[in-house]
Design a protein. Structure first.
Length: 161
């Protein structure tokens, strides 16, 4: 497997425009897995908050000064039924299609987990669509296991207007 020598760094506020464009790439990539995603004006992340929060680490990978991959870890309060007080949620995991299969995602995840561990976190979570086999394989390679599957039922008729 090819390993690239990319510049991986913390995201900065001057990256906002480029990160918002990449966020739309994530939305577009997820549309085939979820017909409930709105057509226009979709945002998933408060990117400004993720860059500036002390409880988050937002990373970007660059090639030739162009962001080609992203990811964040956000420390959050665990659910009251869990046996740990805090955990970290990983999100905005995106790699430009030209760089997939080259260990970029794994490097980002490894660095985000290292940051979380430096903050005392030992439990990490992320969401992935059950039909997204490529993403599931990538996360399994990074050590993640399935733990909970969200199920959905829409009673709206596909013919309703």
């Amino acid at each position: 497997m090819e390993y690239l020598s990319l510049n991986i760094r913390q995201a900065e506020l001057n990256d906002l425009a480029e990160l918002r464009d990449l966020e739309q790439c994530v939305v577009d990539a997820e549309r085939p897995f979820n017909n409930s995603i709105k057509v226009d004006d979709v945002t998933y992340y408060d990117i400004h908050q993720l860059i500036t929060s002390i409880d988050a680490q937002m990373l970007v990978a660059e090639d030739s000064n162009r962001i080609i991959a992203t990811g964040y870890a956000l420390i959050r309060k665990s659910k009251n039924w869990q046996n740990h007080e805090k955990d970290a949620y990983l999100g905005f995991m995106y790699v430009n299609p030209d760089y997939r299969g080259k260990m970029v995602n794994k490097e980002l995840i490894d660095r985000l987990i290292a940051w979380g561990r430096s903050q005392g976190i030992v439990d990490f979570y992320l969401d992935v669509y059950a039909q997204n086999a490529a993403a599931i394989r990538a996360y399994q390679k990074a050590g993640f296991e399935s733990s909970l599957i969200e199920m959905k039922l829409s009673t709206k008729s596909p013919f309703a207007k």
